[in-house]
Design a protein around this ligand. Structure first.
Ligand SMILES: Nc1nc2c(c(=O)[nH]1)N[C@H]1C(S)=C(S)[C@@H](COP(=O)(O)O)O[C@H]1N2
Ligand SMILES: [Mo]
Length: 352
């Protein structure tokens, strides 16, 4: 990171923590280790007074309590979430926002009720286009006073795997992860997973709220419309081997055989290949890839490294998904630093 980070970036980084890379060891991330991204303040919600309102272009608007939602059909899935800005702090020049390095990721077991039957019960009108999901949190961003709101097309919202989740890893959602209810759209970047969900509104036109039209688009130039972010680009991360040096976090390992391991995921399909380089990306060899715990969760991978040569090395890892997407060696920059998925590089010193 060439330029120093500002107090504002530090403030964001202290509120919104990443997942420590050693937590890649857990298939299901313990809740306190899952990354966090909160634009404004965490709302304190009284679950007795709270309700979910489903309205707009529907025949019969619904108002549901938490008990009403818990009484409905239950669905559960392990889902890997990743922030669209993950990796941003490695870019140069660095886009100024939450300064993620690479670990804005986590996999939780989300439990709740599927959205589709609720939309069917409310009865969509014939002219519907977008479904808007509004959180209870409010703030000012880009000069606009707003509640956090994101939309999906009706076709995406009606997918069978879209969940209204009230539990994370078998416990009620913690306040920071959206208590009492959040949206889970498997495969999509984090911005879509609306927390503190309070209102679902069906529109007969595209939704043009701030978080759709002005944020979360890939812009290569200020004056272009930009492409909306949707699904997660593939990424593999490794558990940094050995032990860290306190300040630099540089890794130190004894000479000899090491098993290097980590996880890999993509929102575009299962991971079909993970490759590791032990020479800074000059040559690559296949790692072994294990099964994911669910269709939208990360895969484990491992690789045997014969670390026989004392001195400095750079380990790299990259993933390829079933759609043929992979990770670049160098970074394609964009204004907000979204969806960047350059290979993970870990400098390691092998001791004599
Ligand atoms: N209501 C609301 N939902 C939200 C956000 C938010 O600030 N407010 N942040 C989004 C972003 S950008 C991400 S990456 C994910 C993070 O989810 P997590 O904190 O549970 O990991 O939540 C999303 N949902
Ligand atoms: Mo995010």
């Amino acid at each position: 990171m060439a330029e120093q980070i500002s107090p504002e970036e530090l403030q964001l980084a202290a509120r919104n923590h990443a997942m420590p890379l050693e937590a890649l060891r857990y298939e299901i991330t313990p809740p306190g280790l899952h990354y966090l991204l909160i634009h404004y303040d965490i709302p304190a919600v009284d679950p007795g007074a709270w309700s979910l309102e489903i309205g707009g272009r529907v025949r019969a608007p619904l108002s549901l309590s938490l008990d009403d939602l818990r009484a409905r059909p239950i669905a559960s899935a392990p889902v890997t979430l990743e922030c669209a800005g993950n990796g941003r702090a490695r870019l140069s020049p660095r886009p100024v926002s939450q300064p993620w390095i690479v670990e804005a990721v986590g996999t939780a077991a989300w439990t709740g009720t599927p959205l589709r039957p609720l939309l069917e019960e409310a009865g969509l009108e014939d002219d519907v286009a977008d479904v808007v999901f509004a959180g209870l949190d409010r703030g000012i961003e880009g000069g606009v006073d707003q509640r956090y709101e994101r939309s999906l097309s009706v076709a995406e919202a009606m997918r069978d795997d879209v969940l209204l989740a009230y539990e994370m890893n078998g416990q009620p959602l913690p306040p920071q992860h959206g208590f009492p209810l959040r949206l889970i759209v498997p495969g999509w970047y984090g911005m879509t997973q609306v927390k503190w969900l309070h209102r679902v509104t069906v529109l007969d036109r595209p939704f043009e709220g701030y978080q759709m039209a002005r944020a979360y688009r890939v812009w290569n130039a200020e004056d272009e419309p930009g492409d909306p972010l949707t699904r997660i680009a593939p990424r593999a991360l490794m558990v940094p081997p050995g032990i860290p040096e306190f300040m630099s976090r540089r890794r130190v390992v004894p000479a000899g055989r090491q098993v290097v391991e980590g996880r890999a995921w993509s929102g575009w399909g299962p991971i079909v290949r993970v490759e590791v380089s032990v020479d800074g990306g000059a040559t690559w060899a296949d790692a072994s890839v294990g099964p994911a715990p669910g269709p939208s969760a990360w895969h484990p991978w491992s690789f045997r490294w014969d670390a026989d040569e004392p001195g400095d090395h750079e380990l790299c890892v990259r993933a390829t998904d079933s759609a043929g997407n992979t990770q670049p060696l160098g970074q394609a920059w964009n204004i907000k630093g979204y969806a960047n998925n350059e290979v993970h590089r870990v400098p390691v010193t092998v001791q004599a």
